[in-house]
Design a protein around this ligand. Structure first.
Ligand SMILES: Nc1ncnc2c1ncn2[C@@H]1O[C@H](COP(=O)(O)OP(=O)(O)OP(=O)(O)O)[C@@H](O)[C@H]1O
Ligand SMILES: NC(=O)c1ccc[n+]([C@@H]2O[C@H](COP(=O)(O)O)[C@@H](O)[C@H]2O)c1
Length: 287
């Protein structure tokens, strides 16, 4: 399907979703054929503005821990962000980039499985299916509940939310939980689901040791006065982020690169997303 036709299709699906009372919906799946029922649902929630190689590493490292068709990945676009106002690219273009990203991710999984297995390409039938979904809910605890309530997946189903360290800090910030402004509402999330958190070491977020200490403090009970329970720490799995010296990758950098230094897209976004950004210019002011 041409990008023009795909954009029109997503525009119509989005319009129906926004006008509905639904809080979560899967718009498409890759591949579209039926697949075995999910046993673990990995959820990568992002503004996908655009999807980057950091998002690809977050998802692929989680899926590669147990590469099996009963693992499923949900790429979840939040139409409402907890903090940021909406800005270009359009949601339609982001959904197209999410679909391209899903193909890039499956290609990546198929080829990287080769180096760890017998030297043969990993059959695509063994790769996890990827859903492209939308939610109106900005907070993780509500996203998890909306996914459960929609009835799209078998129940009960453990969700593993894939985030970066900056997002973990925000999930555990009481300012998001009125009217009491304490962390108690998160108990629903941590009693059923998990977080797999990629460290994001830099000047703003500190060293890997500082990031590990944040979870260790929760485990020691240091957040109990704010309603944070020690046992939640067991449901938070911190994994390494970029290695020292590796340049930091972010959607902001990719948006800047497409305007100024387009060759930098090669190390910021996966191939199909890069080609789309170059040909369709979703961040151009004329769009
Ligand atoms: N380089 C990275 N290292 C670790 N986590 C990351 C990285 N990039 C994104 N993430 C995580 O991926 C999730 C979605 O990210 P998000 O859409 O905010 O991307 P971003 O690159 O931080 O965006 P922006 O630059 O537009 O603020 C968040 O949980 C975020 O922490
Ligand atoms: N307390 C929370 O659950 C919480 C706080 C801040 C951001 N978020 C969400 O995290 C995701 C990533 O946010 P940013 O795009 O702002 O990095 C968004 O879906 C945003 O709404 C959730």
């Amino acid at each position: 399907m041409s990008f023009h036709a795909l954009r029109a299709q997503y525009a119509s699906l989005l319009k129906q979703f926004i006008a509905s009372t639904k809080e979560f919906e899967v718009l498409t799946s890759i591949p579209t054929d039926p697949s075995p029922p999910a046993e673990t649902l990995y959820v990568l929630d992002s503004s996908f503005n655009p999807p980057t190689l950091a998002h690809l590493r977050i998802a692929s490292s989680a899926l590669q821990e147990r590469l099996q068709p009963t693992s499923r990945l949900l790429l979840l676009l939040a139409t409402q962000n907890a903090d940021k106002p909406s800005k270009p690219a359009s949601f339609e273009d982001r959904l197209i980039m999410m679909e391209l990203f899903a193909h890039d991710l499956r290609s990546h999984l198929a080829t990287t499985a080769t180096s760890t297995s017998s030297g043969h390409a990993h059959p695509t039938t063994h790769l996890p299916s990827i859903d492209i979904g939308v939610t109106k809910k900005p907070y993780f605890v509500d996203k998890a509940a909306a996914i459960e309530a929609a009835g799209t997946y078998p129940t009960p189903l453990e969700q593993v939310h894939l985030t970066g360290y900056d997002t973990l800090i925000r999930i555990l910030n009481p300012k998001y939980y009125p009217p009491e402004y304490n962390l108690q509402p998160l108990n629903v999330l941590f009693s059923r689901h998990r977080l797999r958190v990629r460290m994001r070491p830099d000047d703003e977020w500190g060293s890997p040791e500082d990031q590990q200490e944040f979870v260790a403090a929760l485990a020691r009970g240091d957040r109990e006065n704010e309603g944070g329970r020690r046992e939640w720490a067991e449901r938070i799995h911190l994994v390494p982020g970029k290695t020292p010296g590796e340049p930091p990758v972010s959607s902001t950098k990719a948006r800047e690169a497409v305007q100024a230094t387009s060759q930098d897209l090669d190390w910021l976004v996966p191939d199909r997303v890069r080609d789309f950004m170059r040909s369709e210019q979703p961040y151009s002011r004329d769009r």
